[in-house]
Design a protein around this ligand. Structure first.
Ligand code: SF4
Ligand code: SF4
Length: 156
């Protein structure tokens, strides 16, 4: 259940109030603040992203987006991947996807271990899971995955 970020940019589209540029210190270097944690950080645009960063039409059209987000072909990418705050690096929008035995997707579990599904049976299984799950998120994730598999679901 390794998380692969698809670089769709969705999670960064409304983080402009949370990742704030305080001061530009060079052509591609900035003093910034991560507002949610009150942490200052220095960011340099990744070398291979200078070109896409230098096109400001995307941030101008998406004022709520993180100022370091840029489109790159079919992707929408973080241009400070090396220097981005820890919570960005560890963020996972999806911890696992849940399928029926025929491979039909039934829902997914977010990185914060919340179920998103319209499937009534799966939602009822989830209520049982919520009651019995281990306290630590790390243990809970493994436990949830194996319990869903025992109940006949496929998880990825
Ligand atoms: S973490 Fe998820 S929402 Fe954010 S860019 Fe990656 S795939 Fe998209
Ligand atoms: S720093 Fe990068 S990963 Fe973090 S919100 Fe901005 S674009 Fe997204």
């Amino acid at each position: 259940m390794t998380f692969n970020c698809r670089q769709c940019g969705t999670c960064c589209m409304h983080l402009g109030d949370y990742i704030v540029i305080e001061r530009q210190t060079g052509q591609f270097t900035f003093e910034c603040e991560c507002v949610s944690t009150g942490t200052a950080f220095t960011a340099e645009v990744d070398e291979d992203k200078h070109r896409i960063f230098s096109d400001f039409s995307f941030p101008q059209a998406h004022e709520a987006a993180c100022p370091f987000l840029r489109p790159d072909g079919n992707l929408v990418r973080c241009t400070i991947h090396r220097d981005s705050p820890a919570q960005c690096k560890f963020y996972r929008c999806v911890a696992m996807r849940i399928f029926d035995p025929d491979g039909k997707i039934l829902g997914y579990i977010t990185g914060a271990l919340a179920l998103h599904s319209e499937d009534l049976q799966l939602r009822s299984v989830w209520e049982d899971i919520e009651r019995g799950r281990p306290k630590s998120d790390e243990d809970a994730e493994i436990w949830i995955g194996s319990l869903l598999q025992k109940k006949g679901y496929r998880v990825e």
